[in-house]
Design a protein around this ligand. Structure first.
Ligand SMILES: *Cc1c(COP(=O)(O)O)cnc(C)c1O
Length: 360
């Protein structure tokens, strides 16, 4: 037998872990600086670590209380009804929930190019088809209503990323409102705010009270430092929030994830320190990297270095891992995650050598 025809699907290949890269290069993994996945430079909140230790004793039971507690806590935080919080196995899992709730077979979605690879993957898993809107490098990847609407043709879901990965650009709430307004009533405008903690710009949250065709995506993977536990959520309008119960997997977030999430939400200092350090690192990279950069609202900076694959390889051989953006369709760019002061300084020094040797 065979699975269904998956030839149009892109296979997801996770980036190699730091241990694997280190082993291959004969380097000490602890000495390597990994700035390739937009992970938190300080790791998880110590409170989340403690919560996971404590909940280890409870892992034989389903996460009934913790799931409900986390949903309630998030609802409070966003001034929403608990039903409007759709927990998922990472933000990616919440994207799946939205695709499952929205897409009939053959319906089309509109995704950004360049953009986050999981939007089209998730849509295709759910029998959807994928169209793209272009964010133009010539216009510094500006995120405007017109950039999206020029390529819009009645798609069921329009994916917006703000701040955008990998460019760091944002949509204003006004632009999101205009997109929602000028698309069909049955088109969901989904604003992915995975990096929302790192920007000074406001969330598009108010639109959920104004309209029933805008949803948000948030995650614990970035500012909260919990990428490894897989925890994220969608915030959806009240009008169709009850759909979650019909499409969700039972307990899509684990006991350990929910406990860690609750603990992380109680640690404002950890998030604040991460956000402040990212702001410092962005400025440092703009100022000190010997390559043009784009101003970013996330915990990363996109830089034009010439031959990105060669630069990323050369930097890796010196123990610094950054993201070669060829897979985003930007073979001349690397994306550098904001690290601690020490890691960021080391990364920039190594990258400057690599750019001089093999870059432009
Ligand atoms: C990291 C990221 C997410 C969510 O990732 P999860 O680890 O699944 O929560 C969503 N969108 C973008 C653009 C991201 O970069």
């Amino acid at each position: 037998m065979n699975p269904r025809d998956l030839s149009a699907h892109t296979a997801y290949r996770a980036g190699r872990g730091i241990e694997e890269v280190a082993r291959e290069l004969g380097l000490d993994p602890d000495a390597m600086v990994k700035l390739s996945s937009n992970e938190n430079m300080f790791g998880p909140s110590p409170r989340a670590v403690e919560a996971i230790r404590e909940s280890a004793e409870r892992m034989h039971s389903y996460p009934k209380a913790s799931h409900a507690d986390l949903v309630e806590r998030l609802a409070e935080m966003w001034d929403a009804d608990p039903e409007q919080v759709w927990l998922g196995n990472g933000g990616d899992g919440a994207l799946d929930c939205l695709a499952r709730a929205m897409l009939d077979p053959g319906q089309r979605v509109l995704v950004p190019d360049p953009g986050f690879a999981y939007y089209p993957m998730s849509a295709r898993y759910h029998h959807g088809e994928v169209e793209e809107y272009t964010l133009s490098k010539a216009e510094d990847f500006a995120q405007t209503a017109d950039a999206v609407l020029k390529d819009y043709d009645g798609e069921r879901i329009v994916y917006l990323t703000s701040p955008h990965n990998p460019t760091g650009k944002e949509f204003t709430t006004e632009a999101v409102r205009e997109i929602a307004e000028r698309t069909d009533d049955e088109t969901l405008t989904l604003v992915d705010e995975a990096y929302g903690e790192f920007t000074d710009s406001p969330s598009a949250r108010p639109l959920l009270d104004e309209r029933d065709d805008v949803a948000l995506l948030r995650t614990f993977s970035k500012a909260y430092g919990l990428a490894g536990v897989r925890l994220g959520y969608a915030l959806v309008p009240e009008a169709w929030a009850d759909a979650y119960a019909r499409i969700n997997t039972p307990f899509s977030a684990s006991e350990l994830a929910c406990r860690a999430g609750l603990a992380a939400l109680s640690d404002d200092d950890h998030v604040e320190r991460s956000v402040e350090t990212a702001a410092w690192a962005r400025e440092y990279i703009y100022d000190e990297l010997d390559a043009p950069t784009w101003e970013s609202a996330g915990n990363f900076v996109l830089a034009e270095v010439g031959d990105a694959a060669a630069v990323a390889d050369a930097a890796q051989a010196e123990g610094v891992i950054v993201r070669d953006c060829s897979s985003f369709g930007l073979p001349e760019c690397v994306r550098i995650t904001c690290g601690t002061e020490e890691d960021t300084e080391q990364a920039v020094a190594v990258l400057n050598d690599a750019i001089a040797e093999v870059g432009q």
